[in-house]
Design a protein around this ligand. Structure first.
Ligand code: MIG
Length: 749
C-alpha cells in the first residue's frame, strides 16, 4: 500500500518503495489556490483520491520487483491528456506509452517514445474535477491506459506521484508549472517568423536568404545555422565557410536578423581540438561500466559526451559558448541531446561486417541505419554527480537535455548579461520550459504530419511547455507549394514559428514554389506580425500562470466530452479558434463551434455554439474565429519585431461588450521582472444610446512603444451615436461596416 501525504490544499504525494533521483526538478510548491475546495478532494486508506464519491483515481495495486515499481489505478470513464511529446490524438485513453528520450526520425503514427519525456498527465471526465499526475522520476517511465484501469511504472526501486487537484484544467497546469517552472518572457524577436534549413552552409548563402526576405518584404527575425557552419562538426567552432563570423553576424543584424547556431552535445575526440582537450582536462565525459570514457559516433565521427549531471561540467560547457557569443550570436539551438548516438564501436563493427565496407562515412551510416534502431545505452553509460555518486544513464537520460539547458542558460548569463536568453531544444523533461522553447523534431512533408502536429503541440502545452512549434513545411521529404502554404497559415498560430527542412530535400523558403504561393505565405507571415501585440500578451500569460498558449477546444468547456476528441481545431489564447485545412486539394472544411458565439475574422460572420458548419477556405485563407465579446490587439506590418520605435495599436472589438488586456515590455532585457512593463485594460459596455469605453493603465513601468490607438468595432450597429471614453465623449466614424474610435495611449487613466 502506498504512503499518502497531504502536501497542501491542492496537492497529495503518494510514495511506494524508495524512489531515488539524481536531480530534483521540483522547485517550489506554491500555496495559493483560490479555487480549491478541499472538501472535494478527500482520501481514505484505500483511495488515493475520492472526489464526491467518484472514483477518478483509486489505487488498486502496487508492486516493486526486478528494478521496476508500478501502481495501478482504477478509473471509470477517465480521459487522459498531456504526457508531453507524443504522436497520436490528444486523448491518450487506450494508449501504451513510455518515457525514454529518443531520436526517432520517422514519426509514424505508432512511434513511441519521442525526444521529450514529461511524465505528467491530466485526468478528465465530464462534470468532475480535473486531476493532474506528475510522476517525479527522472528514470524511464511507462504508462498503460486501459478503459477502466491505468498502470504507471518506473524503472526504479520506488515511485513518487504527485496528485494535483484542479478543479479546472488551467488550475492543474498552473499548479504543476508552479512546481517544475514556467517559461520566462522570451526575447520579443523569438515570437517572429524564423527561417532555417539544414544547412545554410556559407555566410553568403545565409545572407542571401536574409536579403531575399527583405527584398520581398517577407517579415522574418531569425536565421538558423545548422551543423555545417562548424569546422568538421566540432562543436563551438566556426568552419572555413564562415571566415569572419563577427562580420557575418553584424551584416545580418544590420538588416534586422538574429543568428541562432546549433550546438550538439557530442564532442569530437581530437587531441588537437581545444574543446575536447579542456573537457578532458576536467574529466568531463561520461564513462562506461568499466570506468573508460564512453564513446559513440555522431556527426563529427567518434565523440565523447559531457556529463551534464556535474555542475563543474555544466560550467565548462557554459564557458565553451564564448566563441559563439563573441561573434554576436543571439540564440542557441540544442539538437541531438536525447542524446542521440548513432553508433558505438561495437555496433560499428557489426555494421562493417554486414555491409562489408572498410571506411566509415555517412553514406555507410545512412545505409546501415535500417540495420539497427538507435539505442538508449541506459545501462551502459555511467554518470557521476557532484558528490561522486554514480548513476546509471537510464536515470539521467531523460534529464540530459534539461541539464544541458541549464548550462546553456548560464552561458547566456555570462556572455549576454541582462538580456533574455533564447534556447531551442529538441529533447527535454518536465520543466524544460524554464530554459527553452521546443520544436517537435524531424517531421516529414506530409499532410498527415501537418495535422499530427496539432495534437503533439497541444499535448506539450498541457504538460507545461508553452513555447512549442513544428518544422513548418515539413523536415524530411520534399514539400510542395500547397502544403507549405497551408502549413504556414497554421504555423502562424503555433507559439514557435519556424520553417525548417532537411538536407537533400527541395528548398522550402517562402519563394521556393513560385509567386502565387509566396504571396500567400507572405500574407500569413505578415498577419503573425500584425498580431504581435496580442501574441506577446498571450506569452506573458503563459509566463505568469503556465497555462498553454495553444490549447485544445475543451479549455472552453471541460465538461463537454465532444471536445475531447477534436484534434484538428485548436485555440490560440482564450479568444481565437483556428481551424486549419489539413488536406490537399481541399477548399473547405467542417468546423465545430464550441460554447459561445464565434465570429469569422475574415468577414464578421457570426456562428452559433454547438453547431458544425461548412466553412470555405480557398488556398489563401485559413478559418480563424474570434470569441464574441473579446478583443484582438494588432499593429501595423513590420519587417521584423520592433523595426520601428513607435507602433500603432489596433483594438478589434468583437461584440457589444467585453474586456481585454494588453501587455508590453522592452522585449529584450530582464527589467520586466522589476516592474518594467505596461499592462493596459480596455473595457467596453453598451446600452441603447451607445458605447462606454474605459481604458486604464493597470501598471505603467516602461516607456512603451504604442502611441496611437484605433478601436475597431466589428459588426457595430449603425445607430450607435454616443461614445464615451473614460467619461468623455470621443469622435467615432464608420469605415464600411466597422465603427472606428481613435485615441492615444496617454489617454489611459
Ligand atoms: O541527424 O543537424 O532534428 O532539425 O536539421 C540529424 C541536422 C541531425 C536533426 C534535427 C534537425 C537538424 C539535423 N539534426
Amino acid at each position: 500500500m502506498p504512503k499518502i501525504e497531504k502536501v497542501n490544499e491542492w496537492l497529495f504525494k503518494m510514495t511506494y518503495g524508495i524512489p531515488k533521483n539524481p536531480f530534483d526538478v521540483v522547485d517550489v510548491i506554491e500555496e495559493k489556490n483560490e479555487n480549491t475546495l478541499f472538501k472535494c478532494f478527500e482520501m481514505n486508506e484505500k483511495l488515493l483520491i475520492e472526489s464526491k464519491g467518484i472514483d477518478l483515481a483509486e489505487e488498486i495495486g502496487s508492486s516493486a520487483k526486478d528494478g521496476y515499481t508500478s501502481i495501478t489505478f482504477h478509473s471509470a470513464n477517465g480521459h487522459f491528456f498531456g504526457f508531453g511529446e507524443k504522436m497520436g490524438y490528444v486523448d491518450k485513453r487506450g494508449r501504451e506509452m513510455m518515457m525514454v528520450n529518443t531520436d526517432n526520425p520517422l514519426h509514424t503514427p505508432d512511434l513511441d517514445p519521442m525526444y521529450i519525456s514529461i511524465p505528467f498527465f491530466i485526468l478528465l471526465s465530464p462534470k468532475k474535477p480535473a486531476i493532474g499526475f506528475f510522476i517525479n522520476s527522472t528514470s524511464y517511465s511507462f504508462f498503460k491506459i486501459n478503459d477502466d484501469t491505468y498502470t504507471i511504472s518506473v524503472k526504479d526501486e520506488g515511485i513518487e506521484i504527485y496528485a494535483i487537484y484542479g478543479p479546472k484544467i488551467d488550475d492543474v497546469i498552473t499548479h504543476f508549472t508552479g512546481m517544475v517552472g514556467r517559461m520566462e518572457m522570451p526575447p520579443a524577436w523569438s515570437i517572429g517568423y524564423q527561417q532555417s534549413r539544414w544547412s545554410y552552409s556559407t555566410d553568403e548563402e545565409a545572407l542571401d536568404v536574409a536579403r531575399r526576405m527583405r527584398k520581398d518584404s517577407i517579415p522574418c527575425d531569425v536565421l538558423y545555422l545548422d551543423i555545417d557552419y562548424m569546422d568538421g562538426y566540432r562543436v563551438f567552432t566556426w568552419g572555413k565557410n564562415f571566415p569572419d563570423p563577427k562580420k557575418f553576424v553584424s551584416e545580418m543584424k544590420e538588416i534586422g536578423f538574429k543568428v541562432v547556431t546549433i550546438v550538439d552535445p557530442g564532442v569530437k575526440i581530437d587531441e588537437n581540438y581545444a574543446v575536447y582537450k579542456s573537457g578532458k582536462s576536467i574529466d568531463a565525459f561520461v564513462k562506461d561500466r568499466y570506468g573508460k570514457e564512453f564513446t559513440g559516433y555522431v556527426w563529427p565521427g567518434k565523440c565523447s559526451f559531457p556529463d551534464f549531471l556535474r555542475p563543474d561540467v555544466r560550467e565548462w560547457w557554459s564557458t565553451s559558448h564564448k566563441v559563439l557569443f563573441d561573434a554576436g550570436v543571439e540564440g542557441i539551438w540544442n539538437d541531438m541531446n536525447e542524446p542521440a548516438i548513432v553508433w558505438t564501436d561495437a555496433q560499428m563493427d557489426k555494421v562493417k561486417n554486414i555491409l562489408g565496407k572498410g571506411e566509415i562515412n555517412f553514406q555507410l551510416l545512412g545505409e546501415a541505419k535500417a540495420v539497427f534502431a538507435q539505442e538508449d545505452h541506459g545501462d551502459e553509460i555511467i554518470h557521476k554527480d557532484e558528490n561522486g555518486e554514480r548513476w546509471p544513464h537510464y536515470k539521467v537520460r531523460n534529464i540530459y537535455a534539461y541539464l544541458e539547458a541549464i548550462a546553456t542558460s548560464r552561458a547566456f548569463e555570462l556572455y549576454r548579461p541582462g538580456k533574455r536568453p533564447f534556447l531551442l531544444t529538441r529533447a527535454g523533461f518536465a520543466g524544460i520550459q524554464k530554459y527553452a522553447a521546443v520544436w517537435t523534431g524531424d517531421n516529414s512533408s506530409w499532410w498527415e504530419h501537418l495535422e499530427a502536429e496539432i495534437a503533439i503541440s497541444i499535448g506539450l502545452g498541457l504538460s507545461g511547455v508553452s513555447f512549442t512549434g513544428t518544422d513548418v513545411g515539413g523536415f524530411g521529404g520534399n514539400s510542395n507549394g500547397e502544403l507549405l502554404a497551408r502549413w504556414t497559415e497554421m504555423g502562424v498560430f503555433f507559439p514557435f514559428f519556424r520553417n525548417h527542412s532537411a538536407i537533400g530535400t527541395v528548398h522550402q523558403e517562402p519563394w521556393a514554389f513560385g509567386e502565387k504561393i509566396e504571396k500567400i505565405i507572405k500574407k500569413y507571415i505578415t498577419l503573425r506580425y500584425e498580431l504581435f501585440p496580442h501574441m506577446y500578451t498571450a506569452f506573458h500569460s503563459a509566463h505568469e500562470n503556465g497555462v498553454p498558449i495553444m490549447r485544445p477546444l475543451f479549455f472552453i468547456d471541460q465538461d463537454n466530452p465532444d471536445l475531447y476528441s477534436i484534434n484538428d481545431e485548436f485555440l490560440f489564447g482564450d479568444s481565437l479558434l483556428i481551424a486549419p485545412i489539413t488536406k490537399p486539394n481541399t477548399m473547405w472544411r467542417s468546423v465545430y463551434i464550441p460554447k459561445g458565439r464565434w465570429i469569422d475574422m475574415r468577414n464578421g460572420k457570426i456562428y452559433e455554439e454547438d453547431h458544425v458548419y461548412k466553412i470555405d477556405a480557398p488556398l489563401d485563407e485559413i478559418p480563424i474565429f474570434v470569441k464574441e465579446n473579446s478583443m484582438i490587439f494588432r499593429t501595423d506590418p513590420m519587417n521584423y519585431i520592433f523595426e520601428k520605435e513607435k507602433m500603432t495599436l489596433y483594438v478589434d472589438v468583437y461584440g457589444q461588450e467585453g474586456r481585454g488586456y494588453l501587455y508590453e515590455d522592452d522585449g529584450e532585457t530582464l527589467e520586466y521582472k522589476k516592474g518594467g512593463y505596461n499592462l493596459y485594460e480596455f473595457a467596453v459596455g453598451s446600452d441603447m444610446k451607445g458605447y462606454t469605453l474605459s481604458f486604464k493603465a493597470k501598471h505603467h513601468g516602461y516607456a512603451g512603444r504604442y502611441e496611437k490607438i484605433t478601436m475597431n468595432f466589428i459588426n457595430a450597429p449603425r445607430k450607435i451615436a454616443n461614445i464615451n471614453l473614460n467619461g468623455k465623449k470621443v469622435n467615432a466614424y464608420f469605415d464600411g461596416n466597422i465603427l472606428k474610435v481613435e485615441f492615444e495611449i496617454k489617454d489611459a487613466t
